[in-house]
Design a protein around this ligand. Sequence first.
Ligand code: SF4
Length: 171
Amino acid sequence: MSEQKKDLFEGGLEQYSTFDVLVDNLLIFLWIFTGGYVCWLFMPVIGWIYLGFGLIMVLGILRVIVCQNCYYHGKKCHSAWGKLSAMYCRQGDYYKFGAGIIGPVILTFWGSMALVPLILGVISIIQNFSLFKIVMMVTFFIIVLLSAVILRKNTCSKCKMKYLCPGSASK
Ligand code: SF4
């Protein structure tokens, strides 16, 4: 019997609430700025590179290569970035969402945005111990956990793309 073609989650939200959007954006930008600061404590230039790379990817490149083929392109999704994407490009085909190299690119990007500050933070503490650095690392870790795990499970459970998205936390 042939595998059933994956399709949209009909029970998914047409658009997310403003509260969802604000919380999602707040956590993502806290992630990028605290991650940048933890890297900055290790070496200022790396902190600026992390911050710049993170903002260019999140506000630019990912909105084109990822959101173009999303059902929420032009719509108020969990982050409202679908609307940002519509400023850059036209809607593509959501059956092609995350296809080919895009899925691994997303995973590698967010994985490195989480791991790089954690690794550099540990090295920085070993090199020059300070309680403040530990507080910053713990803060960063909690923000990543909230954004990438706890909040994401809830967001994905209401998403129309959850069956088509390779990174969905709710199947
Ligand atoms: S839900 Fe879709 S439009 Fe919104 S950020 Fe994710 S991929 Fe982009």
